[in-house]
Design a protein around this ligand. Structure first.
Ligand code: 4GY
Length: 239
C-alpha cells in the first residue's frame, strides 16, 4: 500500500512512524509512506498557503491553489483522497479495514481554522475525524489512521496476533487478561484461567467481554455493524 500525507508540519511525523509495527511494515516494503510538505506547492515569494476568510471572521484558511496542485501532483487515478477534519465521519475499526483495502491513500491534514470549501468539494473523496475534539492540525490524526491501517495490511501482524484481532469477541471490548505470576501482592488470577478447561475459559472470556461492553460501551452493542446480542449468543452456543 502507498500512503502520501500532505502537511504543513512534516517534522511531527518523525518518530511515531519510524518505530514498532509501522517501521516493520515500511522496512518490509508492505507500506510505502511519504510525507509531503504543502509549502513546497506554494510558488509566491513567501510560500503562502493560507489566507483570510471572505466575509470576515477569525483566523486563516488553507487556500485552494497549493492543495490542488499537490493533489494533482501526488494522486493517481486509484488514489483515495482523504481530508482530516473534525467535521468528517468518525474513524473506527470498520473504516480502518475499508482503507486497508485501498491501493493508495492521500491524507490531507487540516491546519489553521480550516480549508477553503472547494478543497472539500472538488478534491476530497472522503472526510474523516478521529474524534470530537479540535487539535492544532491534522498531523496526529493522520498518524493515528496510518497506524490503525498499517496493522491490518497482510503480512504486518504475525499469524498469532491477527487471529486475535476481533475474531473471537468481535465487536466487544477485551476480556480481562493475566500473565504470570498467578498471585501478585495477594491478587490472584481467576481460578478458571489456570484450570486448563479451554471451553470453560472461552465461555468465561466471552461473558466478561459482554458484561464489560454492556457496562462501559453500551453504544457498541446497540450500534449497527458492531456486536449484536444475537451474534454474541450464537457464538456462546458454539462453545
Ligand atoms: N479531530 N480529526 C481533526 C482535527 C485539526 C482546525 C481543521 C480531528 O481529524 N482531524 O482536530 N484537526 C483541525 C484544526 C482546522 C483541522
Amino acid at each position: 500500500m502507498k500512503i502520501d500525507v500532505l502537511t504543513l508540519f512534516p517534522g511531527m511525523f518523525a518518530g511515531p512512524l519510524d518505530e514498532s509495527m509501522v517501521k516493520r511494515a515500511r522496512d518490509a516494503g508492505i507500506l510505502e509512506l511519504r510525507i509531503r510538505y504543502l509549502r513546497d506547492y506554494a510558488h509566491d515569494r513567501h510560500k503562502t498557503v493560507d489566507d483570510r476568510p471572505f466575509g470576515g471572521g477569525p483566523g486563516m484558511l488553507l487556500k485552494p491553489e497549493p492543495v490542488f496542485e499537490a493533489v494533482e501532483d501526488l494522486a493517481a487515478a486509484d488514489t483515495h483522497v482523504v481530508l482530516l477534519t473534525p467535521a468528517g465521519r468518525k474513524f473506527d475499526q470498520k473504516i480502518a479495514r475499508e482503507l486497508a483495502g485501498r491501493e493508495r491513500l492521500l491524507l490531507i491534514c487540516g491546519s489553521y481554522e480550516g480549508f477553503d470549501e472547494r478543497i472539500r468539494e472538488h478534491l476530497a473523496d472522503d472526510e474523516l475525524s478521529i474524534g470530537d475534539y479540535v487539535l492544532t492540525n491534522g498531523a496526529l490524526p493522520a498518524m493515528v489512521i496510518i497506524d490503525a491501517v498499517t496493522r491490518l495490511l497482510p503480512g504486518v501482524l504475525g499469524d498469532d496476533e491477527s487471529a486475535l484481532d476481533e475474531s473471537f469477541s468481535g465487536g466487544l471490548i477485551e476480556y480481562p487478561q493475566y500473565t504470570r505470576p498467578a498471585e501478585f501482592r495477594g491478587w490472584k488470577v481467576p481460578e478458571i484461567l489456570l484450570s486448563g478447561h479451554h471451553a470453560e475459559i472461552a465461555k468465561w472470556r466471552l461473558e466478561q467481554a459482554w458484561q464489560r461492553t454492556q457496562q462501559r460501551r453500551p453504544d457498541l452493542i446497540s450500534e449497527t455493524g458492531a456486536a449484536s446480542p444475537s451474534v454474541v449468543r450464537a457464538k456462546k452456543d458454539d462453545l
